[in-house]
Design a protein around this ligand. Structure first.
Ligand code: CTP
Ligand code: CA
Length: 225
């Protein structure tokens, strides 16, 4: 990994990073979630902090310890993560959306535990769309340099570039989750990073190395935009 020289230090910058899954309540004892470990987001927080940034980590429910000297805000639902992100984005220079946000939440959370019935062998739960956190941040009048992630199982480049444009992002880091040993829950990852005027491949390595490479790339792009 290339090391920062003095004009590349992130001192004085506020980096805000979302990480991990969200949890969408069904009733007091059940929820909808996903397998995101939060490792990539926590590694990015750690890397940005080590390069001198002030870092706020907005974390869904994960089993990870807080990287040293990072401010951590714990949230559960996408709505909570959205609120924390909007609050923090006001003072952010960089916003990185690593979280695997649940696309939908339960339309009506049951106040009491839902009972199974003897008459119905099937049941369904109505869902409604969650707010798009990274798109909301990118729509702010004072927009930080906004970076999204895209986990795809097919047509990685096409879907990633579509999200870059649709969400008004400055950069998107895509990973092919269909490939073994990378992405969700893994210790290693590879990223294909796209911005409006270029792209860069960050080949398979551990998430710590990859996070440092991504932080360097984000800083390079910010200085060249
Ligand atoms: N994202 C977000 N808020 C959401 C959904 C996604 O901030 N409600 C962010 C993710 O953190 C990620 C980027 O948007 O940085 C892309 O997420 P992804 O799930 O790949 O995209 P979606 O737009 O949700 O599309 P789909 O899941 O259908 O591929
Ligand atoms: Ca999604």
């Amino acid at each position: 990994v290339k090391h920062f020289n003095s004009n590349q230090s992130l001192a004085g910058q506020h980096w805000v990073i979302t990480a991990g899954p969200t949890r969408e309540a069904i009733d007091p004892v059940r929820y909808i979630s996903n397998h995101s470990s939060g490792k990539m987001g926590f590694s990015i927080a750690s890397a940005a902090q080590s390069f001198g940034a002030t870092v706020t980590l907005i974390a869904g429910p994960v089993n990870l310890s807080t990287p040293s000297n990072c401010n951590r805000i714990d949230v559960q639902s996408a709505e909570d993560m959205h609120q924390a992100a909007i609050d923090q984005a006001a003072s952010a220079d960089v916003f990185i959306a690593c979280a695997a946000v649940a696309d939908y939440k339960v339309a009506q959370v049951s106040e009491h535990k839902i009972k199974k019935t003897s008459t119905n062998d099937a049941m369904s739960i109505a869902l409604v769309k969650n707010p798009d956190i990274v798109a909301s941040v990118a729509a702010l009048a004072k927009k930080p340099f906004t970076v999204g992630f895209a986990a795809e199982t097919q047509d990685v480049e096409q879907y990633a570039k579509g999200k870059l444009v649709r969400k008004n992002l400055d950069m998107i880091a895509a990973n092919d989750v269909a490939k073994q040993g990378q992405g969700f829950n893994s210790d290693d990852n590879a990223l294909k990073v796209y911005w409006h005027s270029g792209n860069k491949d960050l080949p398979l390595t551990d998430k710590k190395q990859l996070a440092e490479q991504l932080v360097v790339l984000i800083n390079d792009r910010m200085q060249n935009d």
